[in-house]
Design a protein around this ligand. Structure first.
Ligand SMILES: [Zn+2]
Ligand SMILES: [Zn+2]
Length: 168
């Protein structure tokens, strides 16, 4: 476990556990999840250059992973999560719901109405830099058509021009 690079360590933070899970905590510490970061409940790891991810991360792309909700525990602060959902920007017409910490604004995960039983958390919320570096290294890049010209992508990822998951 390597949390040494996390300058605001949170109570209860856990690196990789024997069951393949680790905690993910928001910036202020109010919201904490226990998420699968290894094994069969970790479905995918990816970066995304889509328009939504520019806005909701205030950045040029997002680094995400997909997990089975059934293997996820809300350790604390579920009542602090604000849900914001819309479907205007989603090519399939699915609704994408965003769950943010209502105190510090950290986006903890997204949920698609077309992808039931799955949560899409953000790699940077996981309380273990070794896990972010290894188990969660992005294997897929999507919406490469929206990639900034000054970003060359990540070596070794499988690149998709649009949405890898829906083909849209
Ligand atoms: Zn917070
Ligand atoms: Zn995206």
């Amino acid at each position: 476990m390597s949390t040494s690079n996390i300058l605001l360590p949170s109570a209860g933070a856990k690196g990789l556990q024997p069951d393949g899970r680790a905690t993910a905590t928001c910036f202020c510490g109010a919201v904490q999840l226990l998420l699968p970061v290894d094994g069969p409940d970790l479905i995918a790891t990816f970066i995304c250059n889509c328009s939504d991810d520019h806005k909701i991360h205030a950045s040029a792309f997002a680094s995400n992973f997909v997990v089975n909700e059934s293997a996820t525990v809300h350790v604390r602060g579920q009542d602090k999560l604000t849900r914001y959902a819309q479907r205007k920007t989603i090519a399939t017409g699915n609704e994408m719901a965003n769950y943010f910490c209502s105190i510090c604004g950290t986006l903890m995960y997204r949920v698609s109405s077309g992808y039931t039983g799955k949560l899409i958390p953000r790699i940077g919320t996981v309380d273990d830099f070794d896990v972010q570096n290894n188990q969660l290294r992005p294997k897929i890049e999507q919406f490469a058509k929206n990639r900034m010209a000054w970003f060359k992508g990540i070596d070794g990822t499988e690149v998709h021009e649009g949405n890898f998951f829906t083909g849209a």
